[in-house]
Design a protein around this ligand. Structure first.
Ligand code: KIV
Ligand code: ZN
Length: 516
């Protein structure tokens, strides 16, 4: 692969993905996802926005400490404090990138920044010069590029490249772009900016009109050589361009595409599952590549065609992207070494013996209830509301739920709250409602349930139920996840997980909402 046809894959699941309402991740969860991204050979991992909160700073630092093969990046507004904080967080990185940005569209400059274009340009140049004091790898984003004026973009891009920016990112921040228009913007800028050959041009598309992947590919056809994307298309509002769709479109349509990626596609489905179970954002069944139906053929004509000649209806092979890779079944009699090895193959490692012991005990408890344990079960086992760095104020001690025809379901629950056991019971319109009402009798959190969903993790009636509970409290939205072979217990765990996140949550700033 030459540098002309290499497409840099920049994953921002841990930063823009985390900006999805409710998709917050703890430091350890981010590290687990980052390890999977590294295994997948993602070129750049945007690990967070270091200035946003102490938690974000620590996450960027933790990712920078463990990731060796991918570049680790932190976002920073084009201001001194942000850039210095990003540089500090990235210190341990083998290869670190500072990604700094400022808005360039008339509407953002006038109303949000209240700055004139000349001031924006000066601030951008100063930011790049400062960032270059910490690393050679500096990226500059023109926020809201797709609604910015062409002449101004030419001037600012030329100036920041002269100041030392090596990547120029042109985000479609509000998802307004259309493929021809967005692609033309790249071609014209690359043709007109005199020093454009000194930088890599990058796409960053949001999916408000469902065009994020199409816009990204159009940019690639017109000279972009970096794509910013997220696993499962997670991200602000309707999300970002989905990594798996970009990578597979480029691979499957290599006859048309002028580029190649380094991605090891066999890790796509396991990574998608991991992100989904950590964030509590289920993957829709018909989602391209990673949805459960993406390779399922229902119609008799299709099935017949496939049996006669696979390529009649299949343009990609499910097993190539990691489907059905969960063949190795573990069970009740599997030993510690086999379980540890399987965890490690999923990117889950244990620094201390007691961590492995706890994970093994949870594996055994699950194996008592469930005959066969697949990779998905192990992933969920490690992310169902017990991350090591989340303080568990509320813990489930015991739950008893009674459902009888003609009678209102009732729940009796004991929780351990700050080390003290408290019991309560309540009735509800269904067993889940009774469970949540009982928890609220004990906790009285004042939060509002916004979403409740149950998914089966694997097939079969002994599958674990993977429950997501979204709670809102004082404008904060969090997703709690819980898994169990009993979906009522899974629901209680998910509810408590959400409450634990809410009570440990620190205020965090948002890159686009905070004025500079
Ligand atoms: O969408 C956007 O403009 C962004 C930038 C901060 C890169 O996420
Ligand atoms: Zn974005």
């Amino acid at each position: 692969m030459t540098s002309k046809n290499k497409l840099v894959i920049f994953d921002t699941t841990l930063r823009d993905g985390e900006q999805s309402p409710g998709a917050s991740m703890t430091r350890d969860e981010k590290v687990r996802i980052a390890k999977m991204l590294e295994k997948m050979h993602v070129d750049v991992i945007e690990a967070g926005f270091a200035i946003a909160s102490i938690g974000d700073f620590e996450s960027v630092r933790a990712v920078a400490e463990v990731i060796k093969d991918s570049t680790v990046c932190s976002l920073a507004r084009a201001i001194r404090g942000d850039i210095e904080r990003a540089a500090e967080a990235l210190k341990p990185a083998n290869s670190g990138r500072i990604h700094t940005f400022i808005a360039t569209s008339p509407i953002h400059m006038q109303y949000k920044l209240q700055m004139d274009p000349a001031k924006v340009l000066d601030q951008a140049v100063a930011a790049i010069k400062l960032a270059r004091q910490f690393t050679d790898d500096v990226e500059f984003s023109l926020e809201d590029a797709s609604r910015s004026e062409f002449e101004f973009m030419c001037r600012i891009i030329e100036s920041v490249i002269n100041a030392g920016a090596r990547t120029i990112n042109l985000p479609d921040t509000v998802g307004y772009g259309e493929p021809n228009e967005y692609g033309n913007m790249f071609r014209r800028l690359i043709e007109n900016v005199p020093n454009s050959d000194k930088a890599i041009f990058s796409t960053h598309c949001h999916n408000d009109l469902g065009l994020a992947v199409a816009n990204s590919l159009s940019a690639v056809m017109n000279g972009a050589r970096q794509v910013e994307c997220t696993i499962n298309g997670l991200g602000e509002r309707a999300g970002n361009a989905a990594l798996e769709e970009i990578v597979m479109a480029i691979k499957t349509r290599k006859d048309l595409m002028p580029v190649k990626t380094n991605i090891d596609i066999s890790h796509i489905v396991p990574t998608s599952r991991l992100v989904s179970s950590i964030t509590g954002f289920p993957v829709q069944p018909n989602k391209a590549i990673v949805g459960i139906n993406a390779f399922a053929h229902e119609s008799g004509i299709h099935q017949d065609g496939i049996l006669k000649h696979r390529e009649t209806y299949e343009i990609m092979r499910a097993e190539d992207v990691g489907w059905h890779a969960n063949k190795l079944v573990l069970g009740k009699h599997s030993g510690r070494a086999a379980v540890k090895a399987r965890f490690e193959s999923l990117g889950i490692t244990f620094e201390h013996a007691d961590e492995l012991n706890a994970a093994f005990a949870r594996f055994k408890a699950l194996a008592d209830k469930k005959h066969e344990i697949f990779d998905e079960d192990l992933q969920v086992l490690m992310s169902d509301g017990h991350p090591q760095d989340l303080k568990e104020i509320y813990q489930l001690v015991e739950i008893e739920v009674l459902c009888k025809t003609g009678r209102a379901p009732s729940a009796k629950i004991t929780l351990c709250v700050n080390g003290k056991n408290i019991a309560a019971s309540a009735i509800g319109s269904g067993p889940v409602d009774a469970t949540f009402k009982t928890i609220e009798l004990i906790v009285n959190s004042g939060s509002h349930l916004q979403l409740y969903s149950v998914n089966a993790i694997t097939q079969g009636t002994d599958s674990q139920g993977d429950v997501t509970v979204r709670l809102e409290h004082d404008g904060h939205i969090v997703n709690g996840v819980g898994a169990d072979t009993d979906i009522i217990t899974a629901s209680a765990k998910a509810y408590l997980h959400a409450l634990n996140i809410l009570s440990s949550r620190t205020q965090k700033s948002h890159p686009q909402h905070d004025g500079i």
